[in-house]
Design a protein around this ligand. Structure first.
Ligand code: SF4
Length: 368
């Protein structure tokens, strides 16, 4: 597989602003990342870090007062697709976008109750999606596909007649995933798909997503504030703070060789399922006002390692070192010109979990 065939989505220098009377909110600034075919790419960060805005920008779902201020979102067709040129999603016209969405890229929203129409049955909602894109099928074919889809996500076909309020939270989220899968998309953006669910159902849905991804080969951009989830299911992940990516790498590297103090803080914000009990350390302070970001590193008012340069010089996203080109971080601690002695030992001692907790562990075995 060539490098180009490997990548399905290449986001380049995207920026998004929200306009308000009290000032312009720079929700996303100059963000770039790429997603490989068949992988789960995670975007993590606190509320207001810009992760959902970024995903909505890529899916072209933002409305005024939001505005995409620049960048590209290149979607690479499958190697066997008649169209070989990448598609810049941000440049599609309305008709092209209608054809593109759901067939190539679909979205699973945070709240299934809001994503589903409360006065239509599950069957009607699935068939409506199918009919919009394939208007000439026979009604038996629509029904058969609806049955196939609900079975795929672990719901009995008898529940097709149910209305959303007659289903549990987990079942509603499964229905939303079934609708997202209706047209066999190559990429699915999942925006906090398990946030409103209890932990057991959350784990079942995560397991379901992984199984479906392995079966059908689609890619996922998985957005959550809960970094512990991403460390279970993602292949690569990016950590966002104040509208920018501050650290990015594969899952193992982020878990075992965390570099950015903000990532350290997030990884210390949830308890480990294994090993001895440890004190959970939060991140002091609050996310910054995106209308008026602090100068230099936006994290400096909350960072235990902030030096004078952090208050004045903006840290750009750079490879941690020459031998780890796919591990990027935006922190002066790894810039030998500003920190000749390297990061303080107290930071490297903050290694979090020794082993990533995988979804295939015994805890989930019973739920599959
Ligand atoms: Fe902390 Fe400075 Fe690194 Fe920002 S650049 S995360 S303030 S050490």
């Amino acid at each position: 597989m060539t490098a180009q065939n490997k990548v399905i989505l290449d986001v380049q220098h995207i920026g998004v602003d929200y306009f308000s009377r009290s000032g312009t909110v720079h929700a996303v600034s100059d963000v770039s990342f790429s997603v490989n075919r068949g992988e789960i790419f995670g975007l993590a960060g606190e509320s207001g870090s810009g992760k959902s805005t970024l995903a909505f920008a890529v899916a072209r779902l933002l409305k005024f007062p939001a505005e995409i201020t620049g960048g590209r979102a290149l979607f690479y067709p499958k190697p066997d697709d008649a169209r070989s040129e990448p598609i810049d999603i941000l440049q599609l016209n309305k008709k092209e976008l209608r054809d593109f969405r759901w067939k190539k890229l679909s979205i699973v929203f945070q709240s299934a109750m809001n994503a589903l129409n409360p006065v239509l049955s599950v069957q009607t909602q699935i068939i409506d999606t199918l009919r919009t894109h394939h208007p000439h099928l026979h009604r038996d074919e629509y029904y058969q596909r609806a049955v196939e889809l609900v079975k795929m996500v672990g719901i009995a076909p008898e529940r097709l007649k149910s209305f959303p309020h007659q289903l549990s939270g987990g079942m509603r989220q499964r229905v939303v995933i079934a609708i997202a899968l209706a047209l066999n998309p190559e990429l699915i953006i999942m925006d906090e798909p398990t946030t409103a669910l209890d932990v057991v159902v959350q784990r079942e849905i995560l397991s379901e997503i992984q199984n479906l991804k392995n079966t059908f080969g689609f890619s996922v951009v998985f957005i959550t504030h809960d970094l512990s989830l991403l460390t279970e299911i993602c292949d690569h992940l990016a950590i966002m703070y104040a509208g920018k990516i501050v650290e990015q790498s594969n899952r193992q590297t982020i878990m075992r060789n965390t570099q950015h103090p903000y990532t350290h803080g997030l990884l210390h914000s949830f308890p480990s399922l294994y090993g001895e009990k440890k004190q959970i350390l939060g991140i002091p302070g609050h996310p910054p006002d995106l209308r008026n970001l602090p100068p230099g590193c936006a994290f400096h008012p909350r960072c235990a390692f902030a030096a004078e340069s952090c208050r004045t010089v903006y840290p750009s996203l750079q490879p941690v070192d020459a031998s780890a080109a796919d591990h990027l971080t935006a922190c002066h601690l790894y810039d030998p010109r500003l920190q000749p002695n390297g990061p303080p030992k107290s930071l490297s001692r903050q290694v979090v979990n020794d082993e990533p907790q995988t979804i295939e562990t015994d805890i989930l075995a019973g739920g599959q």
